[in-house]
Design a protein around this ligand. Structure first.
Ligand code: PA5
Length: 333
């Protein structure tokens, strides 16, 4: 898993080559882009939404359920993303997209999604198989972004991508060192990862998912400034949490100056509600690079925490067991 995380920039570069070669079909003018996908295959949509919200009028709606939103119709574009190609909820959304005659593009490494797309002549970006889905983030995220560009729905991120790859390569050793320190501080604690900008909301979520799946621990996330209007009151309760909570704040150039001020006040007035705090910010480069800098850091923290907790980051036995049980239930129906 550590190799996979450290190899993220190379994977992004390869994913871009794959996506540039892939056929997405003719350009379109959809205003709504639904993206169906779960877990490791769903986070890419959230990241794209956060990124595009900075400079595009396009509405990206991540769908992490069996159903598409009612607004998805024949004028909409629907990406269907499943690394395995066999995820029940995603396949159900895929069927719905077909019934509603959405324009569909599939992103997958195989499975039933590949078979169905080939049979129906649906444009498909085939990515390399054999990884845990969460370790295939580059393969699952980059084709979304390149696809939107090739379909004429967003600007080109080609240059940002090249800069991101370069920055991640040059910073990965330093990020790894930083991750070891952060992981040591998280050991035995409940991390609360707070995003302070809409560019970083999905990054905080990625931190949570990676800590869940790699380190096999719980993790809490929230976003500022919304947090200031509710959660700030409950922080530190129940009392046992205060003795075991670590606050991780993700900051960025896109964080509103007043939100920075808010964070400083929160840290002051909730002293005693956590045992430690870490403020993290990537500097320099385009939005994409700062986003992925913090993603890589979080991924490295999760692997290092797994090492400290002596758990294998690779298997996700409970997810597998749930899929098995749900599969059995389906056979009986
Ligand atoms: O990390 C994981 O294994 C999960 O979150 C999967 O990504 C999720 O269950 C969906 O599976 P897939 O990515 O194959 O569609």
């Amino acid at each position: 898993m550590l190799d996979q995380v450290l190899g993220m920039p190379e994977q992004m570069a390869e994913a871009e080559r794959i996506a540039r070669r892939a056929g997405y079909g003719p350009r379109c003018s959809s205003r709504l882009v639904a993206v169906a996908g779960m877990g490791g295959s769903g986070i890419g949509a959230e990241l794209v939404r956060g990124l595009l919200a900075q400079d595009s009028a396009l509405t990206v709606v991540p769908c992490r359920d069996y159903c598409l939103p009612a607004a998805a119709d024949r004028s909409s574009l629907c990406f269907v993303v499943s690394y395995s190609g066999n995820t029940e909820e995603t396949l159900s959304a895929f069927e719905q997209a077909r019934r509603r005659k959405c324009r569909i593009v599939a992103i997958t490494s195989g499975g039933r999604l590949t078979e169905a797309s080939a049979r129906l002549g649906i444009p498909t970006v085939r990515v390399p198989a054999g990884l845990p889905p969460r370790a295939a983030l580059g393969y699952l995220f980059v084709p979304l972004l390149v696809g939107l560009e090739k379909l004429g729905l967003c600007r080109s991120y080609r240059r940002d991508m090249a800069e991101t790859v370069k920055l991640l390569c040059s910073r990965r050793r330093a990020l790894h060192r930083q991750a070891r320190l952060i992981a040591a501080g998280l050991c035995g604690c409940l991390p609360s990862v707070y995003s302070t900008s809409r560019l970083l909301d999905a990054v905080a979520e990625r931190w949570r998912c990676q800590l869940n799946e790699n380190a096999k621990v719980m993790c809490h996330t929230n976003v500022l400034p919304e947090h200031n209007h509710n959660e700030v009151v409950g922080m530190g309760k129940p009392a046992f949490l205060a003795r075991r909570s670590v606050l991780v704040a993700l900051l960025d150039a896109t964080t509103h100056p007043r939100t920075r001020e808010r964070l400083a006040h929160v840290l002051d007035i909730t002293r005693g509600a956590f045992v430690n705090k870490v403020e993290l910010e990537m500097r320099g480069g385009p939005d994409l690079a700062r986003m992925f800098g913090l993603i890589m850091l979080g991924d490295l923290v999760s692997v290092e925490l797994a090492r400290l907790l002596r758990v294998d980051p690779m298997p996700v036995a409970r997810i597998d067991e749930l899929k098995r049980r749900m599969g059995r239930g389906k056979e009986r129906q």
